[in-house]
Design a protein around this ligand. Structure first.
Ligand code: UDP
Length: 320
């Protein structure tokens, strides 16, 4: 198949490109390098079935052309990372809402299968753990900019599902849960690459809040396997899927495990949320996916667990 990946030189997109090419597909990436990096796809440039365009999906003519040439579109281009989102709320909203609008409109004209990336962030402050796809989504006040990201992604989901219902666009929505692995940058706030970098440098490991909040980290290779299976499963069309891992860890325990895995002497320090992010910042205490739906449909099961994930990220950060 000919696959277009928006945001394909980002962390997840570049791993997806690797896997699709290895499976014999043609891959074309469009990325404006706002958070993605050309280094992520540099190794793919010589591949005969790989192509890329450095431009924005806001370029309608170009996006229309690229969608036209594809059989399937993975729409991953988005503003991501809590730090980036809190610092640049206008960019976040415009990029996530308008960018998706452009992709969906052109995919719809040609009825191309489109898989839209969403996020576990949409569950917001819900305490109804594990999170099931049809459960209520609980967001905070509009003065808390973090929720603009969740809201923009919710609108993307509504939009994709609306195109499916009203205009028969074959669309699939997937919600990612703290995807981690090699190539992920800590620049936009993500916790694991930051902890590993701090531990290896002997710098303080910065736990935000009291560290009792927990997350379920998912290895990027497991995410990519799930996405490739959804792509060829017609029954997935018109549905929303969690893709994650149920192994849960508190952020303090994560800091300790990173410290042990690196043999680091770094001190583990706690930083109040309003210093780490913004006054009045709200975090979610737990975030665990219910995987029943994706398990039942494509037999999805994450294979790489947290200790192995940490080991692979440590190796990657050491190498660079
Ligand atoms: N976090 C932290 N130290 C850091 C970066 C993040 O303690 O240097 C915390 C953050 O407050 C959150 C968790 O780690 O509770 C996961 O943060 P991340 O930004 O990776 O993803 P999120 O789940 O918030 O989208």
């Amino acid at each position: 198949m000919r696959v277009l990946i928006t945001g394909g030189s980002g962390f997840v997109g570049s791993h997806l490109s690797d896997a699709l090419l290895a499976a014999g597909h043609d891959v074309h990436v469009i990325d404006d390098l706002s958070t993605g990096s050309i280094d992520n796809i540099a190794h793919l440039k010589p591949h005969p079935n790989f192509g890329y365009t450095i431009d924005t999906i806001f370029n309608e003519q170009l996006t229309a052309e690229l969608v036209d040439h594809a059989d399937v579109v993975f729409h991953l281009a988005a503003a991501v990372g809590v730090k980036l989102i809190v610092e640049r709320p206008v960019h976040t909203i415009e990029c996530n809402v308008h960018g998706t609008e452009v992709v969906l409109r052109h995919a719809s004209k040609k009825k191309k299968l489109v898989l839209v990336a969403s996020t576990s962030e949409v569950y917001g402050k819900s305490t109804n753990v594990p999170f099931q796809e049809d459960a209520d989504l609980v967001l905070g006040a509009t003065t808390r900019h973090r929720w603009a990201y969740a809201c923009s992604k919710m609108l993307d989901e509504f939009h994709a599902l609306a195109y499916h219902k009203e205009r028969q666009l074959p669309a699939i929505v997937f919600r990612l849960f703290n995807t981690v692995g090699p190539r992920q940058t800590g620049q936009y706030g993500m916790v694991l690459p930051n902890f590993v970098r701090q531990a290896l440098a002997g710098d303080p490991i910065t736990v935000f809040g009291d560290g009792t909040q927990s997350r379920s980290f998912t290895y990027v290779g497991d995410v990519v396997r799930g996405l490739m299976a959804l792509m060829v499963e017609p029954r997935a069309i018109g549905q929303v899927f969690n893709i994650g891992n149920v192994e849960e860890v508190t952020i303090r325990a994560l800091a300790e495990r990173v410290k042990a895995a690196t043999g680091s002497r770094s001190e583990i320090v706690t930083i109040p949320y309003d210093q780490a992010y913004d006054a009045g910042f709200e975090d979610m205490p737990r975030r665990v996916p219910d995987l029943t739906r994706i398990r039942n449909l494509i037999n999805y099961e994450p294979r790489v667990q947290l200790d192995e994930i940490i080991a692979r990220v440590v190796e990657d950060v050491r190498r660079h």
